[in-house]
Write a protein that binds this ligand. Structure first.
Ligand code: ADP
Length: 357
């Protein structure tokens, strides 16, 4: 591997190195640069293989288009789960809990759209909707009224969205009015079962939409699920930030890494004139992240088109909208953080490799 040679000697930068740097800068994804490796068989100038840390279809397509002879490989990915799990039908590299101190801040919206962005980047993605107070993922994915099949009355086959995202939800299985009044132990048991008894198969990422709040249910769940880390979703106003702070404290208490904070509804973009306004205040998420020692993974705007897409349960228009870019970037940042976590964690549950050429 000759990457260090390229980096220390500007004159020796090959065309592929330069072009990838420019591509990443255009995508605002420079943070991935240090994770890419270049291999050459003879001299550093003759790159023969590029090794990418995780799925990034756009970069892969770019390399293939511009450098047909160069091989692309994905690096060995270790699972970074904090404990082994009992689901023998699942090989999952990263399980991520998505939490919010408060309901209505866009936790489910963020879960669904992050899953979309990760799937679009080429990853295998699953979503587990554990929000017993309002399981809205089936509606958002347009899967309302459907039910997972079971082969033996126990193991469930997750539903699949048009984008290939595997999904299971407490909303498919029980009357939401009933689930919302479950006591803590019952809710945690049911949700852990939902994780364990779904045939997730091979996944790069399983995103778990937790119930909002920081009570008994959330605490037990975060302790019983095999997590790589957690994301906290908030909106910028003080009243939501105070609860987001509690969510961060909850994860700290149970030793689960908060991989990032996402500020939703950061700015409002007027659908008529494009005017940008900080309806819920400015910089709240950034300030909270700074105070709590976590990083902001990204910002997503308050946009009427986004609300319509979610409520209609149809992704038409999503990938062409300007807000998709925000989710794409957050997805890449999340992938990077999880990759780095997996590298840093000695204990891993599974090993697998994806090779393209
Ligand atoms: P939570 O899971 O935190 O309870 P949801 O994701 O269900 O919140 O979102 C609550 C409502 O707000 C939904 O109708 C959703 O479509 C809408 N919403 C969420 N985020 C946005 C956004 N950035 N722009 C517009 N509407 C949004």
């Amino acid at each position: 591997m000759f990457k260090s040679i390229f980096k220390t000697n500007g004159e020796k930068k090959t065309e592929i190195v330069e072009k990838i740097e420019t591509f990443l800068a255009e995508q605002q994804a420079e943070f991935i640069w240090s994770l890419i490796q270049f291999e050459s068989e003879k001299t550093p100038e003759q790159v023969t293989k590029v090794i990418l840390p995780f799925k990034f279809k756009a970069l892969e397509a770019f390399i293939r288009q511009n450098f047909k002879q160069i091989k692309i490989e994905y690096q060995l990915q270790l699972a970074s789960l904090n404990k082994p799990h009992q689901n023998k039908l699942a090989t999952i590299k990263h399980v991520v809990a998505i939490a919010s101190g408060k309901g209505g801040v866009g936790k489910s919206t963020t879960t669904v759209n992050l899953a979309r962005a990760l799937a679009k980047s080429g990853a295998q993605v699953g979503v587990l909707d554990a929000d017993i107070y309002g399981p809205s993922i089936p509606l958002m994915f347009g899967l309302q009224g459907e039910q997972p099949d079971t082969l033996d009355g126990k193991i469930m086959q997750p539903l699949k969205t048009d984008e290939g995202i595997k999904c299971n939800s407490i909303g498919f299985l029980v009357d939401p009015n009933e689930a919302a009044i479950w006591r803590g132990p019952m809710a945690s048991r049911a949700l852990t079962q939902l994780f364990n008894e779904t045939e997730w198969g091979e996944l790069d990422y399983l995103l778990i939409d937790l119930p909002p709040g920081t009570g008994d249910i959330q605490l037990t769940l975060t302790q019983s699920l095999p997590l790589s880390g957690a994301l906290v979703v908030t909106t910028p106003q003080n009243i939501a930030l105070a609860d987001a702070k509690k969510a961060i404290a909850m994860f700290n208490k149970v030793d689960i890494e908060v991989v990032g904070l996402i500020e939703n509804m950061s700015v409002h973009i007027c659908s008529q004139c494009g005017h940008v306004e900080h309806i819920f205040g400015c910089d709240g998420g950034r300030q909270l992240a700074e105070n709590e020692g976590v990083q902001v993974l990204g910002f997503t705007p308050l946009d009427i088109n986004l609300r319509e897409i979610m409520d209609n349960g149809d992704s038409a228009g999503f990938y062409d909208a300007s807000f998709y870019k925000s989710y794409q970037l957050i997805g890449l940042k999340l992938a990077k953080e999880l990759y780095c976590l997996a590298q840093a964690r000695p204990a891993s549950q599974t090993i697998s490799i994806t090779q393209l050429d």
